[in-house]
Design a protein around this ligand. Structure first.
Ligand SMILES: Cc1ncc(COP(=O)(O)O)c(C=O)c1O
Length: 361
């Protein structure tokens, strides 16, 4: 893989050891250019029918790309504005009764906890927490959904996929793919989930305001779209009789900006051009190297899986993050824990890792 050309396409890497794709990936220069051009075109040309025709083409193009990334059919992929947005769309579209229960892994990101807690307040469903490793054991005959991350945000652990695969089909699994899509190989056909919610701004290096939700074809007919606007309707001209699309388009976010979609597409194509298998392999290998080197340096690295996140203990995580920032090394602390987290991408290199290790207290 031509690492030098990938790095050259990502301006933040010129000066900074940017190890923060778990929050937002490095934005390609070409994505910024595409936004500026699209906005200039809209300023000069106005936003008449051609603008919307181009927008529709952009929506479809991005849907096809995200679908290809996860081995899905485009008709099963909705475009969302974030992981959280996709999660909220699933929770809002399922039919709930107050005696239903959701099983959620402990320590999940607020992007998953928030929508689950809101549903519990609104409908009264029960919420049962369980350690990620043993989440399948917490399922009871009241459980109507299991929700957990594919890759845990705090330490890069993987969901127990074999145990989830053994659950009955009546208990769908919602995987939070915020640290999965673009970071590690994702094949929705092989994953034990009915729903996979993912961001565009993290490991796909797109702008904030992008993401997708994969919905298993088996679930289309059992969902009532939570927030259907005109883009979600098969024939909006039918007024109150208009029906949502029979596929994932029924769950698309209603206000997607052309410039944002363009930037997401350009970022996707940059990574795609380097080959996803190589992108995934290099990121996981470098992350493994970083974990080993931190351990050699005496750090306690949180147990992890072959993913792209590496977390380790620091006496004062906030001060460590600030100290690294001053040395132009970007990582993050994880509130409520004693952990600092580095996100390692295919665009990272040995020098980034050296700089991180040298700048530690
Ligand atoms: C596991 C996990 N879930 C959800 C989120 C929220 O993602 P988004 O900003 O795309 O909603 C994040 C990260 O911010 C995350 O790491």
């Amino acid at each position: 893989m031509d690492v030098a050309s990938l790095r050259a396409a990502l301006p933040v890497l010129e000066r900074t050891a940017y190890l923060n794709a778990g929050t937002c990936g490095p934005l390609p220069a070409a994505a910024g250019d595409a936004v500026r051009e699209a906005l200039a075109e809209a300023e000069r040309g106005g936003r008449a029918m051609e603008h919307f025709t181009a927008l529709v083409a952009e929506v479809q193009g991005l849907r096809e790309r995200y679908a290809r990334l996860v081995g899905a059919a485009p008709a099963d992929v909705a475009l969302t504005t974030s992981t959280t947005d996709g999660i909220a769309r699933v929770l809002g579209a399922l039919a709930w009764r107050s005696d239903d229960e959701i099983v959620i892994a402990e320590g999940e990101h607020p992007g998953l906890q928030g929508p689950v807690a809101a549903l519990a307040r609104r409908v009264g469903v029960g919420v049962r927490g369980a350690p990620l490793e043993r989440i399948a054991e917490a399922v009871s005959d009241r459980t109507r959904l299991v929700a957990c991350s594919h890759v845990r945000w705090s330490d890069g652990a993987l969901a127990p996929l074999d145990a989830l695969a053994a659950l009955p089909p009546s208990v769908p699994v919602l995987l939070d793919g915020a640290q999965g899509a673009g970071a590690i190989p994702v094949d929705v056909a092989a994953l034990p989930c009915a729903f996979y919610a993912a961001p565009g701004q993290k490991w796909l290096c797109g702008p904030v305001g992008t993401g997708f939700l994969w919905i298993s074809p088996a679930w289309h007919g059992r969902l009532e779209p939570a927030f259907p606007g005109y883009v979600n309707l098969e024939d909006p001209g039918e007024g109150l009789g208009a029906r949502p699309w029979p596929d994932a388009r029924a769950h698309d976010a209603s206000a997607l900006a052309r410039e944002t979609l363009l930037a997401a597409r350009v970022a996707f194509d940059l990574l795609d051009g380097h080959g996803w298998p190589r992108v995934h392999e290099r990121a996981a290998r470098l992350a493994g190297d970083l974990a080993a080197r931190l351990a050699e340096a005496g750090r306690h690295v949180a147990p992890r899986a072959p993913t792209t996140l590496v977390s380790w203990r620091e006496a004062d995580p906030v001060a460590t993050v600030a100290r690294l920032r001053a040395a132009d090394v970007v990582v993050r602390d994880l509130p409520g824990t004693d952990l600092v987290r580095a996100s390692v991408g295919a665009w990272s290199d040995e020098d980034d890792l050296d700089r991180l290790l040298r700048a530690l207290p």
